[in-house]
Design a protein around this ligand. Structure first.
Ligand code: SF4
Ligand code: SF4
Ligand code: SF4
Length: 358
């Protein structure tokens, strides 16, 4: 078990939660690119959950791991029932029994034949709040490339490392013995276990793409223009401006103390209604305590800044912050990774699980 070395630069992402559609295009972009190999059917290195909700795996943020006051915290290993298995569907019965319709429709089943009781993003679009003050938002999740990666510290074989050139956290799959302490230790539960290969696997930040100047697949494919990428030390980048200058991009669950390098622009919730059915300018639908837990004490400042800059533009003024968040030109969001992957020479196929597939 080692402490993470400090890289010379830190790759980071900012996700603007005010623009996420919950369309899961990012999820499928990652799935088709990286997790189609053996033992990866139930892996979703990118997932978009609904908040408030129990997450993927079920109760993901309640399963321990991370640190408290600098002390590593015990974590649980989620089982298949918490992750949700890859489902089968009873196509044969429905399509070939000549009996389609009524109660006979294509239903999911798990490999034991039972109806599933949980799955990735099981509680999608289920909000909270008493009508008419209902609310929810979408929360995209990938590996956070933490500066204090609890997964790395928990590995007894030193198989997890931070790349010197960009701080991307990777699992050396050749050396991994599948102990799964990393899965227990990650407070976001962003590592999966490949039972077929008996190794831990997770989001690799599309490092083979980064090395060619190409943005990660989940970033490039996002139709909502939610995802900005770049390096934290690049003072001209969206990343630096949103995190360090405007301070509107915040770490998720900073109480986990892993110092994540994915940051979130918090959702500006719809206003609550007053007793006359009019919007109440002073009342957000989502309890501030919940937002504070998710994004830390900086969330009030961030929401106030976004609101002030919006009003400035609404009054006819200009705002650098709004220009960045609106991202009229989506390629500006890609920072130093603007290359079109379709124009690159394709490398020879590799024979491992992270091989790029057609
Ligand atoms: Fe490790 Fe989890 Fe942080 Fe990724 S998000 S670096 S898996 S602790
Ligand atoms: Fe998947 Fe790449 Fe996005 Fe990670 S950065 S979730 S590997 S597409
Ligand atoms: Fe949200 Fe973009 Fe993912 Fe769609 S592709 S769910 S808009 S982050």
């Amino acid at each position: 078990m080692t402490a993470a070395a400090t890289p010379s630069r830190q790759f980071a992402m900012v996700f603007d939660l005010n623009k996420c559609l919950g369309c899961q295009t990012c999820t499928i972009a990652c799935k088709t690119q990286w997790t189609r190999g053996g033992g990866m059917a139930a892996m979703w290195w990118n997932i978009v959950n609904t908040i408030p909700g129990r997450g993927t795996p079920r109760d993901a943020f309640e399963l321990g791991g991370g640190y408290r006051d600098g002390v590593p915290q015990a974590g649980e290993l989620p089982g298949k029932r918490q992750w949700g298995e890859a489902w089968d569907f009873d196509y044969d019965k429905v399509f070939y029994d000549g009996n389609y319709g009524g109660n006979n429709y294509v239903k999911p089943r798990e490999h034991d034949g039972a109806a599933p009781e949980w799955g990735p993003n099981w509680d999608e679009d289920m909000g909270a709040g008493e009508y008419p003050h209902s609310y929810f938002f979408y929360l995209p999740l990938v590996c956070m490339n933490c500066s204090k990666p609890a997964c790395l510290e928990a590995c007894p074989r030193d198989v997890i490392y931070r790349r010197e050139e960009d701080g991307v956290v990777l699992v050396d799959e050749e050396r991994c013995h599948g102990y799964r302490f990393c899965i227990e230790a990650c407070p976001y539960k962003r590592i999966y276990f490949n039972e077929q290969r008996a190794i831990a696997q997770k989001c690799i930040s599309c490092y083979p793409r980064l090395e060619k100047g190409v943005a990660p697949a989940c970033v490039r494919q996002c139709p909502g223009r939610v995802r900005h990428v770049g390096f934290l030390d690049d003072v001209d980048s969206h990343i630096h401006k949103l995190v360090n200058d405007w301070k509107v991009a915040l770490p998720l669950r900073p109480d986990f103390e892993v110092e994540p390098n994915v940051f979130y622009v918090p959702p500006t919730m719809p206003l609550a209604f007053d007793e006359n059915g009019e919007f109440d300018d002073a009342a957000s639908r989502m309890p501030l305590d919940e937002l504070r837990l998710m994004f830390g004490p900086g969330v009030e400042h961030a929401l106030a800044v976004i609101d002030a800059e919006r009003q400035k533009v609404a009054a006819g003024g200009s705002s650098e912050l709004m220009d960045i968040l609106i991202s009229r030109n989506w390629q500006d969001m890609l920072g130093p990774f603007p290359q079109d992957p379709g124009k690159l020479e394709r490398p020879p196929p590799r024979n491992d699980a992270t091989e790029r597939r057609d």
